[in-house]
Each structure stands twice: as structure tokens, then as C-alpha cells.
Design a protein around this ligand. Structure first.
Ligand code: COA
Length: 329
């Protein structure tokens, strides 16, 4: 038995921040940002939390499937920017939607959050533990960005993608295979120092800006280029997939150069790679479901397409999923 995505939707805040927004007050340029990252603009939510981006996407996702909120069995929210440290954002979403029959939880795996949550959700569905999972990948990165640091402020954006996962009627379609990894030795290169139990929030942590993202960009870049490319090739080889068999690579959108290196390793042309980093930057757990939802909306994703989803993020966390797309627009 396989689990498959039966509905999908996404939400992006309306307010667009082009590279020129940062040029006004940081020592940076549109040219540098585009050349080094591939990003032209991103969206930041002005008012509201991560759950406020999930709700419109979740409502549309349910509507498209003809589901009522009470039909949901389980809600998983992949995020590193939950509304609160606790309760889980899954509880906030459950309450706002009125999903009275659901249980659920949050999952923290940074930029790999959607992939880790998709494998978790698929296991729950495949084992018969639940009939369906509303899986939300969402982050309000603007809530932890140091807007005075040019090396990180320009990289991220806010957004949400939501999928409904159910048992596949035809086992040919759905989540077929996965390879997932974590390596905590990578933690020091990309993390949020304070605000957790290790270093609770204090006047000092705020003054020292320790509640923002800390990133050693070059170290993360080097690990991501190797990690994402290796695992993507490995899942192809494990499933005897040639490059012509793959309809789309759906990569986490952190840096266009990391995406290009991954596609190159898989022997894929650029026209088989979902890329929207130019418009949204890195929305962390949101990137992959937002890509899938946009491509389906554009009519570029078809039933039977073989997809490789791949990601790399803080932790370090990384992995790839091979799935056969099972729905039409
Ligand atoms: N505008 C202009 N210059 C910038 C800049 C910006 N926005 N950000 C950094 N720079 C500068 C640096 O200060 C550095 O200057 P220096 O040489 O005078 O010290 C120079 O550009 C080169 O920095 P470097 O870090 O080598 O650049 P890079 O080519 O590695 O690109 C990143 C920087 C952050 C774009 C890149 O390292 C990256 O994408 N890393 C991975 C990020 C990522 O994937 N994070 C999320 C994990 S999923």
C-alpha cells in the first residue's frame, strides 16, 4: 500500500520585497544577490504568524478535495518558526480550522521539514493508523531574520504549502521510496542560539541578537552541494531511474547554485527542475510544497510523473523522496 498526495494548495503573503529593498540600507546589490543566490524578490508577511499563512492554504487544499475540517484525522506542521514554542502550531491550526476529529504535532527539521514530515505522514497512512494527514510546510522566516546582516537577510522569505495525504487507490502512485539523514555535527553552522532551554531568552540574548539565525554560509553551502546532490543521485540509482525517467526534480530552494549542482549530478536539464527561488527566496519548510502546488496550478505536473524531491537544511538534515504523482489538476 502506498500513500499519495490527493490535494495541494499554497499561500504566499502579498507583500513583495525586491532586492532593491535591501540596497537602500545594506551594503549589497541586486547584482550580487542574483548572481550568488538566484533570488530577485521574496515575500514577507506583515501581520500574522506561521499559522496565518497555513490556514488559507489548508482551506483551499480541503476545498479542492471536497473535505470538511472534521474529515481530517491528523495534522502535521513542519516548521522552525512555530507560532509559539508551545503549544504546537498543529494545535493552533486544528483550532482555527475547526478540525474537531484531528490529532497532530509539529516536526522540526528546518529546510528538510517537509520531506521528513511527508515520510512520517506516509507511514501513518500506510500503517492504517490514520486515514489522512493534512501536512503543512510553512515558515515565517522574517520572524528570525537579522535584517541588519546582509549575508542572511536577503536569502529567506515567508510562505506555506499544504498537502492532503491519503491511501493510494492504485499502488503505482504515491510515495515510493526515501533516503533521509541527520548529522548533528552540522548544528553549529546553522542554528538559532537562544530562546530554547539551552539559552533561554534574556535581555542579553536579545541585545546580542542571538534569537536570530546564525549561519556560516560557506560551510553550509559546501555541505549542501555535496549532500543534496549525492542523496538525489543515490535515490535514482536505488530505484533504477535514468535521467529521462525523471519528470521533475523538486529541490529545496536555498540557492540556485546548489540546485544547479544537484540537477547536474542527476543528469537533468534545467527545464526538468522546479525553480521559484527567484520569486520567493528560501521559505524553509515551505519551498517544496509551494513548488508542487504552483506547478500543478500551471498545468505542468501530470498524473504518472516521476518526481525526485530533495532537500538540505539545518541540523544538518537532508534527504530525497521518490514519488509518482497521482493526481491531475
Ligand atoms: N551582498 C553583498 N555581499 C555579500 C552579501 C550580500 N548580501 N552577503 C555576503 N556578502 C559578502 C561576504 O561578506 C563576503 O565578503 P568578504 O569576502 O569581504 O568577507 C563575500 O560576499 C563572499 O562571501 P561568501 O560567504 O563566500 O559568499 P558565497 O558565494 O558563499 O555566498 C551565501 C554566500 C550565503 C549566498 C552562500 O554561502 C549560501 O548560499 N550558503 C548556503 C545557504 C543555505 O543554503 N542556507 C540554508 C540552508 S538550507
Amino acid at each position: 500500500m502506498t500513500a499519495t498526495i490527493t490535494s495541494i494548495a499554497h499561500y504566499l503573503p502579498p507583500d513583495v520585497y525586491p532586492n532593491s529593498y535591501f540596497e537602500k540600507y545594506l551594503d549589497t546589490s541586486d547584482e550580487w544577490i542574483k548572481a550568488r543566490t538566484g533570488i530577485s524578490e521574496r515575500r514577507f508577511i506583515k501581520d500574522g504568524a506561521t499559522s496565518d499563512m497555513i490556514i488559507p492554504a489548508a482551506k483551499q487544499c480541503l476545498e479542492r478535495r471536497g473535505f470538511k475540517p472534521e474529515d481530517i484525522d491528523c495534522i502535521i506542521v513542519a516548521t522552525v518558526t512555530p507560532d509559539h514554542m508551545f503549544p504546537a502550531t498543529a494545535c493552533v491550526v486544528q483550532n482555527k480550522l475547526g478540525a474537531t476529529n484531528a490529532w497532530g504535532f509539529d516536526l522540526s527539521a528546518a529546510c528538510s521539514g517537509f520531506l521528513f514530515a511527508l515520510v512520517t505522514a506516509a507511514s501513518l497512512v500506510e500503517s492504517g493508523t490514520v486515514k489522512n494527514v493534512l501536512l503543512c510546510g510553512a515558515d515565517k522566516m522574517s520572524s528570525i531574520l537579522n535584517f541588519e546582516d546582509r549575508a542572511q537577510a536577503v536569502l529567506f522569505g515567508d510562505g506555506a504549502g499544504v498537502v492532503l495525504l491519503e491511501k493510494s487507490k492504485d499502488k503505482e502512485y504515491g510515495i515510493i521510496d526515501h533516503i533521509l539523514h541527520i548529522d548533528g555535527a552540522g548544528g553549529p553552522y546553522l542554528h538559532q542560539v537562544a530562546g530554547g532551554s539551552y539559552k533561554p531568552a534574556s535581555i542579553d540574548t536579545v541585545t546580542n541578537k542571538e534569537h536570530y539565525i546564525y549561519q556560516d554560509g560557506q560551510a553550509v553551502f559546501k555541505a549542501a552541494v555535496v549532500g543534496m546532490a549525492d542523496v538525489s543521485l543515490e535515490i535514482m540509482q536505488k530505484n533504477k531511474l535514468e535521467s529521462e525517467d525523471v519528470a521533475w526534480l523538486v529541490p529545496h530552494q536555498a540557492n540556485l547554485r546548489i540546485i544547479a549542482a544537484t540537477a547536474n549530478r542527476m543528469g537533468l536539464d534545467k527545464d526538468k527542475v522546479m525553480i521559484n527561488i527567484d520569486r520567493y527566496g528560501n521559505t524553509t519548510a515551505g519551498t517544496i510544497p509551494i513548488c508542487l502546488s504552483e506547478w500543478l496550478d500551471m498545468g505542468k505536473l501530470h498524473k504518472g510523473d516521476r518526481l525526485v524531491l530533495s532537500s538540505f537544511g539545518a541540523g544538518f538534515t537532508w534527504g530525497a523522496i521518490y514519488l509518482r504523482w497521482g493526481m491531475n489538476k
